[in-house]
Write a protein that binds this ligand. Structure first.
Ligand code: ATP
Length: 256
């Protein structure tokens, strides 16, 4: 892709699109990944491609809950690995928690590729970091290769997970989850922090804290906010979904 000038108003979106295209060629993504990404792009366009105030509040709440968690985990699929893999490693290194690859269309090839991708992102981040943080980054465990855990309430390969990750977690940060799995995790008593640009998805409606924002923007911000030691509030998740819908429905007045 030709260099996109910094002044281009949709530069970040075009870069993400290109990353998806390249990752798809490398076999990291499911066939339907582009469709899911396109749906996200449409919602992001309506949001003005920026983090709203209510999404910022959700990011603070999510960060506070992750800091309080006893066994947090970050669950990554293909799209989130491609768009926010480095950010996930940063968050995990701050929390001292594992990252687990957990995908809807599970094949051993894609599992291996995604685990390999996260390991190389971790190694690159570690190499480029100052000595102070290098050790915690290199210590981030990437789970998923051993599927010795189960998520009750789901059937077939979708119920598989790691006994060291999602199975025993009390708080799961899961960008781009599907609705069934989100519901199953919540019904197990786990707190689910979802990042989903669609405020109407089952995931958004079911999660404990929903961040209606682009996965790369939101994950980058979580890594920053964690360092500010935020505290939890009396969280009203429905309010952030309603706010996102209001922003989207008034967007035609803002654009152009
Ligand atoms: P659900 O099962 O929760 O109702 P769905 O079936 O509508 O969800 P999926 O196909 O499982 O959705 O996943 C796509 C979801 O991910 C969409 O809701 C889309 O808005 C969201 N999404 C896609 N790309 C991004 C992104 N970059 N950042 C955040 N969310 C995204």
């Amino acid at each position: 892709m030709a260099d996109i000038p910094d002044s281009h108003p949709r530069k970040a979106s075009l870069i993400s699109r290109q990353r998806m295209v390249e990752a798809s060629k490398r076999g990291l993504l499911a066939e339907s990944a582009m469709i899911a990404h396109g749906r996200g792009e449409a919602f992001d366009y309506l949001l003005g491609e920026r983090t709203s105030d209510s999404a910022s509040l959700a990011i603070r709440e999510a960060s506070a809950r992750l800091l309080l968690a006893e066994r947090p985990v970050i669950s990554m699929n293909g799209n989130s690995t491609v768009l926010a893999g480095s950010e996930a490693i940063m968050i995990a290194s701050i929390l001292g928690c594992p990252v687990e690859v957990n995908i809807y269309y599970r094949t051993s090839e894609r599992m291996e590729s995604l685990i390999g991708e996260l390991e190389s992102l971790r190694d690159r981040l570690g190499r480029d970091s100052p000595k102070m943080t290098r050790e915690s980054i290199m210590g981030v465990e990437i789970l998923g290769a051993v599927a010795d855990g189960r998520i009750p309430g789901l059937e077939g390969p979708r119920s598989l997970c790691s006994s060291q990750g999602i199975e025993q977690a009390d708080v799961v940060l899961v960008p781009l989850e599907d609705g069934d799995r989100c519901e199953a995790l919540v019904s197990l008593g786990k707190q689910v922090i979802a990042i989903d640009l669609n405020p109407l998805s089952r995931t958004s409606k079911t999660a404990t804290v929903t961040i209606v924002d682009d996965v790369a923007r939101a994950m980058g911000r979580i890594a920053d906010v964690l360092l500010e030691n935020p505290t939890t509030t009396d969280w009203n998740n429905e309010a952030v979904l309603i706010d996102a819908l209001e922003i989207m429905s008034s967007s035609s007045l803002r654009i152009g």
